[in-house]
Write a new protein. Structure first.
Length: 317
């Protein structure tokens, strides 16, 4: 089994792929850019980063391999652990680990893992088929010199012109200039007022989006993170100690929002419960919990298909 191939497949669809007991590969969108020095245009893409502190199994990579290889969840997890042990040993011995289409890993100072992403693959699907190219700068100096030479050769003769002394024409000219200035000022003011209204609407939409993301607690950061921990003492469903696989519906900063989410899921027939708080103080809510990993995966696929694609599996050791 070539583990890096399955990681590469998931990076097209997800922003975070966790390799259990090894680390996580994260992606972030980069806008299109131009190199002014080389006149090179680069299409929008995804940058890849590595975080060795995210090692908790979220079930994404294991379930994908189990489904592709047609093996059980436990067998897939066992094969992944065998491969990651070899990877860790190779890094400990000072060797560089090259993962195809992902990047290069090696141990740096204080045994911290360093990562250099590969540039051969663009994982942003919306940029499929777009590649970088160089543009040729436009030069206009030759044409300018020719025009100057023509102006020097062609004689210009200014013929005198008699002005008609009519009493109303100067006033009409000034009136036309005044009307033109008034109309231009009115048009500019309307455009300015419309721009201010659009700016206020954009700010309101942005504020709503920020509030929604804070309430749902959806975070992404390529910087090294502290390993999230869950306050198990506050788990409301601790009476079932044998249930190790939990399908997480979301995490909320406000406890009342978590309670409303539990009530909504219970009305839909789920055994929703309050799991506890994580290291960020967010209240976690689960759809259900299972003792068997295969049953949990089956329920997770159904929930992703029918309820929410953001649901994920939390497996306790």
């Amino acid at each position: 089994m070539v583990l890096e191939h399955y990681i590469s497949d998931l990076l097209y669809r997800y922003n975070c792929v966790v390799v259990p007991n090894f680390g996580a590969f994260l992606t972030q969108k980069i806008a299109a850019r131009i190199n002014d020095t080389t006149n090179t245009f680069f299409a929008p893409s995804k940058s890849i980063a590595f975080n060795e502190q995210l090692i908790t199994n979220d079930g994404l990579l294991v379930s994908h391999i189990a489904q592709s290889e047609k093996i059980t969840f436990e067998d897939a997890l066992s094969q992944i652990e065998g491969i990651t042990k070899k990877w860790s040993q190779k890094l400990t011995e000072g060797e560089k680990l090259s993962l195809s289409k992902i990047g290069l890993l090696w141990a740096g100072a204080e045994n911290k893992v360093q990562f250099q992403p590969s540039s051969e693959v663009n994982y942003l699907t919306s940029s499929f088929g777009l590649s970088s190219f160089n543009s040729i700068p436009v030069t206009r100096e030759v044409l300018k010199e020719e025009i100057i030479a023509l102006e020097e050769d062609i004689p210009f003769i200014i013929s005198p012109e008699k002005r008609e002394t009519t009493s109303f024409r100067p006033y009409l000219k000034y009136a036309a200039i005044l009307l033109l200035a008034l109309s231009t000022g009115l048009t500019g003011y309307r455009a300015y007022e419309k721009g201010m209204v659009n700016e206020r609407l954009v700010r309101q939409d942005a504020q709503k989006e920020v509030t929604r993301q804070i309430q749902e607690a959806t975070f992404f950061n390529t910087a090294p993170l502290e390993l999230p921990t869950v306050n198990v003492d506050a788990v409301s469903n601790a009476e079932n100690n044998t249930a190790r696989h939990h399908i997480v519906a979301g995490a909320f900063r406000v406890k009342a929002n978590a309670d409303r989410k539990i009530a909504t899921l219970q009305q839909k027939g789920y055994k929703a419960a309050y799991y506890g708080t994580n290291a960020y103080g967010l209240h976690m809510v689960t759809y259900d919990r299972y003792e068997n990993a295969q049953e949990a995966l089956s329920a997770l696929r159904k929930i992703k298909r029918t309820q929410s694609s953001d649901a994920w599996l939390l497996s306790e050791k």
